[in-house]
Design a protein. Structure first.
Length: 375
């Protein structure tokens, strides 16, 4: 087997040192040793700063600037405009309402359905004996739940762990691998096993993530006065729920279960800037808007629910030079900061959604993109 870390002979211009890819990459080579193989340089994505935004969160409290790595013109400007609406509305309430943990879902094959059913029943009744085995592999991870799903003579064991301040994919993988070894020793009736079944919800959009959770479950809410919304975006608050309903109806017809437009623009920009795994956007992609229009008070309550925000403030790419700097700019680097980062991701998503729907309702969306591209 070839060692993927071997010295690689690169083609020109990488070989002669004239590559833009390699410029200033020496500051990344040592810190990224565990994040990349055959290191050749860094791909630089422009980073813009949105904000500030006033947040009244359980974890995030105060005014925050948000770094966003993107090549999409108008994204940072639009997000900042939504943040201005939030600020002039008195700020946004944010809360992580639950932690869905991180999952692995190995599959065990049995000789018949009876052995599979007996195993499912036994493990469902008592999985406490696996807890010390799994938690011995990590100083931070804690087992939250183990559930079994039988399909014929196959059983999928869905393991959920609280990964602390890390995003936790590797942590739960190592713990689950040790659990599997012990299970096989204890259950000789297992015919074979597969480490990665399809029920973990990792890096895919899935109903099980939305229902049972994966990552942080976050809700944010802001009460927007009609005067503020119209002055900043030229949109009327009464138009937004009505037009949004039309969008949602046809989105459902197309097979899209989200009622949120901007979420998948905002999260990857924050994820790339702060050293998250961008591929987890797939599992983080579910989001829902909800509205409560009070015409008597001239107020629109706008809430966003993000049930699967998968982020970390330690480990992975969070220690790389610019990624760490972006986290520090947000006040979110290190232990004890993961809920704060999750709340800020949701707040930023809401801000961009406010600006997007404001421009759509004011019939300025395309003009805004065209105008900024010309500058």
């Amino acid at each position: 087997m070839t060692d993927s870390r071997q010295t690689t002979t690169y083609p020109a211009p990488l070989a002669d040192g004239s590559s833009v890819l390699q410029r200033e990459s020496d500051i990344y080579q040592q810190p990224s040793a565990g994040n990349i193989e055959n290191f050749a340089g860094t791909a630089r994505v422009p980073v813009g700063i949105a904000g500030p935004v006033t947040v009244h969160g359980d974890a995030a409290k105060g005014d925050f600037f948000i770094p966003m790595a993107t090549t999409e013109g108008t994204l940072v400007a639009s997000t900042s405009r939504g943040m201005k609406v939030i600020n002039e509305s008195g700020g946004v309430r944010a809360r992580v309402i639950s932690n869905g943990g991180i999952q692995r879902a190995p599959v065990f094959e049995f000789h018949n359905i009876d052995d599979a059913a007996d195993f499912t029943h036994a493990l469902t009744e008592d999985w406490s004996w696996l807890v010390p085995i799994m938690e011995s592999t990590t100083s931070h991870g804690k087992v939250m739940d183990i559930s079994c799903w039988q399909l014929g003579s196959l059983v999928c064991m869905r393991v959920t762990m609280n990964s602390g301040d890390a995003s936790g994919q590797n942590m739960v993988s190592i713990a689950t691998a040790k659990a599997i070894k012990t299970i096989i020793e204890r259950h000789p009736e297992i015919k074979r096993h597969l480490m990665a079944g399809g029920m973990s919800g990792e890096k895919v959009g899935s109903n099980i993530n939305a229902l049972l959770g994966r990552g942080k479950n976050v809700v944010v809410s802001v009460d927007i006065p009609a005067e503020v919304m119209h002055r900043i975006t030229r949109a009327r608050i009464e138009d937004i729920p009505r037009l949004h309903r039309s969008y949602t109806d046809f989105a459902m017809l197309a097979g899209n279960h989200n009622s949120h437009h901007s979420h998948n623009n905002v999260l990857p920009a924050i994820y790339i800037a702060t050293g998250q795994d961008p591929a987890t956007l797939c599992e983080s992609s579910y989001a829902q808007n909800s509205f409560d229009l009070d015409t008597d008070k001239g107020m629109l309550r706008w809430q966003v629910h993000l049930p699967n925000v998968n982020v970390g403030t330690v480990g992975g790419g969070t220690g790389l030079p610019t990624q760490r700097e972006c986290l520090e700019l947000m006040g979110c680097h290190g232990a004890g900061k993961v809920n704060e980062l999750a709340e800020l991701c949701a707040v930023t998503s809401l801000a961009n959604e406010i600006s997007f729907w404001g421009s759509v309702c004011a019939e300025e969306w395309v003009d805004a993109h065209a105008g900024l591209r010309e500058k």
